[in-house]
Design a protein around this ligand. Structure first.
Ligand code: C2E
Ligand code: MG
Ligand code: MG
Length: 448
């Protein structure tokens, strides 16, 4: 026998040795496009018969790593071992076709329910995933499957391949092993690419702007600070809210460059107000976890402050609890260094997500911003009232400032006054506004 293999189930260890390997397994034949004639024919015949079919595309998820580590011959042997293993588990009408290295396809026919589809995909995944011994090397092959349905998703074989691969890629490093194509997800992905390009262009064309939302002393109504909030202005003048691009900017790292612009812009604006003799004690900037990993953050902040004749204590950085998660050395170092230079540090949206009281004892912290979901419930729910009162007391005891976010009505403002909260921010007091409108507001406040 030219090749030696041993397949054992259960507790499966597959031994495979394809001696005298003559190079890679044949990939798809020339006709039938990338998908190959067999799979293509099956899909087209299902389509002609008016029947539904599923294209299952599966990959050895660690294939590239294995080939990089052990070489291409090992990759060929791994594929052959997998096919051998699957051959015993699949029906004759389910021929497996290799599409490209580490990637295979099967057409599922007559699958009429989710359960039937699940049964077939788990037959492949569970059957193929496991421990193998390939050419004397013990290794684990792990399969992941993407599924596209004909004709629901598409009735074109090549498009089905594209969609099944899209679903497969969506699995990423997750522990899930199977995913069906979703058109909504494709639409979202396309929008994400568009937004990525739009953000780049907007930065180049200076189409990001900052609005400012004042924060007020509850007792006197004096402005205690301004929170800078970024918006993207489209060519047609419409404004895109940060919720639509900040998460993406965080994911792809764009937030670092955008953040530099925000810091400079906010400092310039504060200097303009100061030059006009308008009193703004400080500006609060939102800083996302990714920005705290930026080795230039401190330097960029210092130069923006110096260039505008400000001091570091004119700035407050709002970080979310997510920044503190795991509290990497780099993040702690950056925050400590900012704090030592005078920047005030706030925890934004406190009470959502991963609230931990441990953060409150964290030394460099200056203040907490109580998430607006608390205020939304005060007055209707005695427990929330008690929580807010407790937070106010605790902040005072810890020597921390406290800003209540999301004050939307008079009742909430009165409540804050009653419990002794010092600073408030919200639509009932002032919406986020363009700098010119804020200038007007400051002028009126000075005249009052
Ligand atoms: P955030 O830092 O918690 O900002 C407060 C958000 O609540 C703002 O939304 C503001 O318009 C809104 N808001 C203020 N008062 C009220 C109120 O009374 N009721 C309600 N319902 N909402 C109120 P916006 O501007 O859409 O910002 C959303 C989030 O986007 C911010 O939440 C912040 O996490 C992020 N973000 C905004 N600007 C920046 C930025 O320059 N850099 C970074 N990294 N993130 C930013
Ligand atoms: Mg904020
Ligand atoms: Mg907030």
């Amino acid at each position: 026998m030219g090749s030696e293999h041993k397949i054992s189930q259960p507790g499966k260890v597959v031994h495979f040795d394809r001696r005298g390997s003559k190079g890679p397994l044949p990939t798809t034949p020339a006709s039938g496009g990338e998908l190959g004639t067999t799979l293509c024919r099956e899909l087209l015949s299902a389509r002609a018969a008016g029947q539904s079919a599923q294209l299952l595309v599966f990959r050895i998820s660690n294939f590239d790593l294995l080939v990089e580590t052990f070489g291409p011959d090992f990759g060929n042997a791994a594929e052959a071992a997998l096919l051998e293993q699957l051959r015993g588990l699949l029906r004759r009408r389910e021929p497996v076709q290799r599409i490209q290295p580490g990637e295979f396809g099967i057409v599922g026919q007559g699958i009429r329910s989710e359960e039937a589809l699940r049964a077939m995909t788990s037959r492949v995944v569970e059957g193929g995933t496991g421990h193998y011994e390939i050419e004397g090397v013990p290794c684990r092959l792990k399969l992941q499957i993407g599924v596209a349905a004909c004709p629901t998703d598409s009735d074109e074989p090549e498009e089905l391949l594209h969609f099944a691969r899209f679903a497969l890629r969506g699995l990423g490093d997750s522990l899930d092993s199977c995913r069906s194509f979703s058109r909504d997800e494709l639409t979202r992905r396309k929008a994400m690419f568009r937004m990525e390009a739009e953000m780049e262009k907007a930065l180049e064309e200076q189409r990001f702007i900052l609005q400012y939302q004042p924060q007020f002393a509850v007792s006197s109504g004096a402005v205690t600070g301004m929170e800078a909030l970024v918006r993207l202005v489209r060519d047609d003048g419409t404004r895109v809210a940060p919720g639509e691009f900040i998460p993406l900017a965080e994911d792809n790292g764009f937030i670092v460059r955008l953040g530099h612009w925000i810091i400079r812009e906010a400092c310039e604006q504060l200097a303009r107000w100061r030059a006009a003799d308008l009193y703004v004690p400080r500006i609060a900037l939102n800083v996302s976890p990714r920005q705290l990993q930026d080795p230039r953050l401190v330097e960029v902040t210092e130069s923006a402050v110096a260039d505008n004749g400000l001091s570091m204590s004119d700035l407050e950085f709002e970080i979310t609890e997510r920044c503190m998660l795991g509290e990497s050395e780099k993040v702690t170092e950056t925050l400590t260094s900012l704090r030592q230079r005078g920047v005030r540090l706030a925890i934004d949206d406190f009470g959502t997500g991963y609230s931990s009281f441990a953060y409150l004892a964290w030394q460099p912290l200056d203040l907490i911003k109580l998430d607006r979901s608390f205020l939304a419930r005060v007055g209707n729910d005695s427990r929330t009232d008690a929580v807010v009162q407790g937070m106010v007391n605790m902040a005072r005891q810890l020597g921390l400032g406290l800003v209540a976010e999301g004050v939307e009505n008079e009742q909430q403002a009165n409540f804050l006054r009653r419990v002794g909260c010092e600073v408030a921010q919200g639509f009932a007091l002032a919406h986020p506004q363009d700098p010119e409108a804020i200038t007007q507001l400051l002028v009126e406040a000075e005249c009052a």
